[in-house]
Design a binder for this molecule. Structure first.
Ligand SMILES: Cc1ncc(COP(=O)(O)O)c(C=O)c1O
Length: 405
C-alpha cells in the first residue's frame, strides 16, 4: 500500500477513535458530575447559621428587620450610593420602580434579555418597545433607541447584560433630550462599574437581582439603588403596602419585602464577593486561554458570565449542535436568550426588525462558571469544543446518521 494511503487510513482511524470518545457517539464523559450555569455559590455556613439563629430567637422574621437594614447599608456602602431598598426579587423591584416613577405607555428596552424585563413592564400595563442591541457588548444600541422614541415613550430601560454596563452616557443624553426617564435593569451586574462609578449609581435608579443563580445571592431577592432621596422614600412605602414609617397608608403599595433570612444570606454572600470575583475572573481567563484560536468561537468580555458567540460558517457547526454535544458530556450549557423576548408570548404579535438580536439569539451559548467550576473542568470543556470544531464535518455527519439532529 502506498505510504500516502497508509497515512490517510491512520489519520481516519485516529479521528474515529477521538470522536468515539464523545458521549454522543457512545463514549464516556470525562466529567463525573454535571456542571451547571449558575449553580449557587456557597457562603460560609457557620456565619449563616449564626445569623439565622439570631433571627429565629429575635422572632423578627420580616417587615424591615435589622438584618434587612444591615444588608441595605452594606450594599449602599459597597456601591457608594445614597439609598438601597431591599425587595423580594428584581422583577418586583422593577415594577415598583416603574410605578414610583409614574411611567406610562411605552418603555424602550432590549429584546435580548431575560423575559422578566418586559414582563415587569407589561404586568403593570406598560408597553415594552423592543430595541436592537450592539453586536459588541449585547447591550442597547443608542442609535436604534433614538429611532424608537415617540410621543408615547416615557422611559428607556437599559439592561447591563452579562454584568457589562450599558452605554450609560449616550442613553442618558437621549433621555434628557426627549424628557424621558432612564433606568437600568442591573439584575446581572452587581459588582460592575462604568467609568469610575459602580453600577447602581446611574439613571433614576437601578435594580439588582440576588436570585440563587447570581454570583451574590440571597436565595431570592433584589435591591433598588438610587441617589434620589424622594424616590427612595416612595419606594420604601410602596414595597410595604404604602405604609409610612408611622404606620399610616399613604400610597398605593404591594408586598415586595425581603425576608430576614434572605437578607442574612445576602450578608453572608457579600463577604465572599472578593473571593468569588477572583474565581470568576480566573475562570474567564482560563476559558479565554483555551478557546483562543478555535475558529468561529468568540468569548465575550466580562467575568461574571462565560458567553461564547458561535459563527456557524467559521466553526462548521451551529450553536445548537455544539450545545447538544456539550449537554451529552454533562455540561449543562444554556442558550441564553433564545428565543428573544420579541418572539415570546405575549409580545410575538408584532414583527420587530432586530437583526443583531436575531443573530445573537441563534449564536450565544453560556458555559458553566462559578466556584463549582475549576481549571480542570474548563480544560475538559474547551478540549471538547476544540475537537468537535476541528472535525466539524465528520461530527455533523455522524450526528445526522445517529438521528441526533
Ligand atoms: C436581566 C434580568 N432581569 C431581571 C431578572 C429577574 O430577576 P429576579 O429573578 O430577581 O426577579 C433577571 C434574573 O435572572 C435577569 O437576568
Amino acid at each position: 500500500m502506498a505510504v500516502e494511503n497508509m497515512e490517510t487510513i491512520m489519520s481516519i482511524d485516529k479521528k474515529k477513535r477521538l470522536l468515539d470518545n464523545l458521549v454522543i457517539f457512545g463514549g464516556k464523559s470525562a466529567l463525573s458530575e454535571t456542571l451547571h450555569v449558575g449553580r449557587p455559590n456557597k457562603g460560609e455556613h457557620e456565619y449563616f447559621i449564626q445569623l439565622a439563629t439570631d433571627i429565629l430567637e429575635r422572632q423578627w422574621l420580616t417587615n424591615n428587620g435589622p438584618v434587612v437594614r444591615e444588608f441595605e447599608e452594606a450594599v449602599a456602602c459597597f456601591l457608594d450610593v445614597k439609598h438601597c431598598i431591599a425587595v423580594c426579587n428584581a422583577t418586583t423591584g422593577l415594577q415598583l420602580l416603574f410605578h414610583a416613577l409614574g411611567l406610562r405607555d411605552e418603555v424602550i428596552m432590549p429584546a435580548f434579555t431575560f423575559v422578566a424585563t418586559p414582563h415587569a413592564a407589561s404586568w403593570i400595563g406598560l408597553k415594552p418597545v423592543f430595541c436592537d442591541v450592539d453586536e459588541r457588548d449585547h447591550n442597547l444600541d443608542p442609535v436604534e433607541v433614538e429611532k424608537l422614541v415617540t410621543p408615547e415613550t416615557s422611559a428607556i430601560l437599559g439592561v447591563h447584560l452579562w454584568g457589562n454596563p450599558c452605554k450609560v452616557d449616550e442613553l442618558s443624553e437621549i433621555a434628557a433630550r426627549h424628557d424621558l426617564k432612564v433606568i437600568f435593569d442591573a439584575a446581572q451586574a452587581f459588582g460592575g462599574s462604568y467609568g469610575n462609578k459602580m453600577v447602581g449609581n446611574f439613571g433614576e435608579a437601578e435594580v439588582f437581582s440576588f436570585h440563587a443563580t447570581k454570583m451574590i445571592h440571597a436565595f431570592e431577592g433584589g435591591i433598588i439603588s438610587t441617589n434620589n432621596s424622594k424616590l427612595a422614600e416612595k419606594l420604601r412605602k410602596m414595597r410595604n403596602f404604602g405604609f409610612s414609617e408611622s404606620g399610616v397608608v399613604e400610597s398605593l403599595g404591594t408586598n415586595a419585602k425581603l425576608p430576614e433570612m434572605s437578607a442574612a444570606m445576602g450578608l453572608v454572600m457579600l463577604e465572599q464577593l472578593e473571593r468569588l470575583g477572583k474565581i470568576a475572573t480566573a475562570n474567564h481567563q482560563e476559558y479565554a486561554k483555551h478557546l483562543a484560536g478555535i475558529p468561529g468561537i468568540k468569548l465575550i468580555d466580562g467575568y461574571q458570565y462565560i458567553v461564547i458567540v458561535i459563527n456557524q460558517q467559521e466553526a462548521g457547526m451551529s450553536r445548537d449542535e455544539l450545545a447538544d454535544i456539550l449537554i451529552h458530556e454533562n455540561v449543562q450549557v444554556k442558550k441564553y436568550f433564545s428565543p428573544g423576548c420579541d418572539c415570546l408570548p405575549p409580545y410575538n404579535n408584532r414583527n420587530y426588525q432586530l437583526p443583531v438580536t436575531r443573530q445573537l439569539c441563534e449564536q450565544c451559548l453560556v458555559l458553566p462558571s462559578s466556584e463549582n467550576v475549576n481549571s480542570k473542568h474548563i480544560k475538559i470543556i474547551t478540549d471538547i469544543i476544540r475537537l468537535v470544531i476541528k472535525f466539524a464535518p465528520e461530527v455533523k455527519e455522524r450526528m445526522v446518521n445517529r438521528g441526533k439532529i
